[in-house]
Design a protein around this ligand. Structure first.
Ligand code: WQD
Length: 344
């Protein structure tokens, strides 16, 4: 199959990170197409993407586990590279339903890789996570830190990374960019697309946004007795727009390298840590709304501090995050206030 160098398949492209990456790829001159089964995303996002980009969105509704369908789609669109977002990502849910996570996240990756190999498309950007670092011995974190898992979700990310390494050993024609996300937050500046978790948000920023907009009465702050400046957990929050640009840079690097080009694993973070209370204050500043909170016991599995050393991504990809925490909160608030009930 001769591929079109601009044609990129986004599995899970209707999701939070996927939809923002779709916009960034279009703006960079690529021709992304979306594969999504909408098991953890909203069809309504497609019309929003058309409004933002001013062009029709090509989206095919299927589970990535349908290997034959994925292979045919890769051939139909002459895909040159795949960005693999499709996967479940709730730590808590993975503890309660491990098989659902192994089947979808690991089984889905096996199916995708088989389809890509059969279609002679061997260039992949993989959405991994800082959760593979477990509880780091120190911060900031570099890519050579030891990896471990403390929950099935994190284990699925590690297993997928190991599978990709084994595949590259078996066939060096594979080119793989592994992107370890820290804490993605914020929204496209239009306010048309953003983070819309189903049910009660697990993550801090969407919960804070829902308190500010009046959907929830109060934020539970899980622990203020950590060895951090104000006792609350410290994380590396990264604007989803910066994250999307990281995917553009990674795709560009792999496609420009040509077959057998260098593969890489990089952290996508800002290199700065912010506490829970830093986020609360920044969000109140950005929204002009109070975010009442109460201190609760620590959440099981949480670590005190986790933030990146992003130097390798800058060196290899010429990428670095540019948005501040204030930018993240302002854009998250615009999305939440314009869409109080999300995409519904
Ligand atoms: C951040 C901080 C909490 C909610 C997880 C996954 C990771 C990635 C991002 C997918 C912590 C505190 C949170 C709340 C709180 N997901 N918090 N009240 O746990 O760093 O990372 O999401 O890739 O893989 O592990 O993110 O936003 O849940 O928590 O006090 O209602 O906010 O204790 O300190 P986390 P988070």
């Amino acid at each position: 199959m001769t591929s079109n160098p601009n044609s990129i398949l986004l599995t899970g492209g209707a999701g939070y990170i996927g939809s923002h990456t779709y916009v960034a790829l279009v703006e960079a001159g690529y021709n992304p197409v979306i594969l999504d089964d909408f098991s953890n995303s909203h069809p309504a996002v497609l019309a929003r993407l058309e409004r933002i980009t001013g062009r029709p969105v090509v989206c095919e509704r299927r589970d990535v586990a349908d290997t034959a369908f994925v292979q045919a789609m890769l051939q139909r669109h002459a895909v040159a590279a795949v960005v693999h977002f499709a996967g479940f990502k709730s730590v808590g849910e993975s503890v309660a339903q491990p098989l659902k996570y192994y089947r979808n996240n690991v089984g889905g990756m096996v199916s995708l890789l088989q389809a890509m190999d059969a279609a002679n498309c061997r260039t992949l950007v993989f959405s991994s996570s800082a959760t593979v670092y477990g509880d780091p011995a120190s911060v900031p974190i570099t890519e050579d830190f030891p990896t471990s898992h403390t929950n099935p979700y994190g284990h699925t990310k590690l297993v997928c990374e190991d599978m990709l390494a084994a595949l590259r050993t078996a066939n060096p024609a594979w080119q793989v960019g592994v992107l370890r996300y820290f804490n993605p937050v914020g929204a496209h500046p239009s306010g048309l697309i953003g983070e819309d978790p189903s049910g009660i948000p697990n993550n801090l920023m969407p919960y804070v946004a829902q308190v500010a907009v009046g959907r929830r009465p109060c934020l539970n702050v899980y622990g203020n007795d950590y060895a951090t400046p104000d006792g609350t957990g410290v994380r590396d929050y990264i604007h989803v727009q910066d994250l999307a640009q990281g995917h553009v840079a990674a795709s560009q690097a792999l496609l420009d390298d040509g077959e057998g080009g260098d593969s890489f694993t990089v952290n996508l973070g800002t290199g700065k840590g912010h506490s829970v209370l830093d986020v609360v204050r920044a969000f109140e500043q950005a929204s002009g709304r109070p975010v009442p909170y109460q201190i609760m016991p620590r959440r099981q599995g949480d670590v005190a501090q986790c933030y990146a050393d992003p130097a390798l991504a800058q060196r290899l990809l010429g990428w670095r995050a540019t948005h501040s925490l204030a930018d993240m909160c302002a854009d998250a608030w615009r999305w939440q206030s314009q869409n109080p009930e999300g995409y519904e």
